[in-house]
Design a protein around this ligand. Sequence first.
Ligand code: ZN
Length: 65
Amino acid sequence: MWYDDLPERKLIPPEYGEECWPRCPVCGEKTDTFYRNELGDIVGCEGCVRYVDAWQWWEDYERGY
Ligand SMILES: [Zn+2]
């Protein structure tokens, strides 16, 4: 049959390990989750992106911290 000529594609890496774990382009850490901005650029991962309380941040900013 015609599709017998196609090279076999593996959907799953042959071995899970250090080498095939996705790494964050920002901090280089291995991660399961990336965060993307509206342009589609990776801005970080769960290892290097932190939630900040915006009101707290603003308060500190107003005080000059
Ligand atoms: Zn990161």
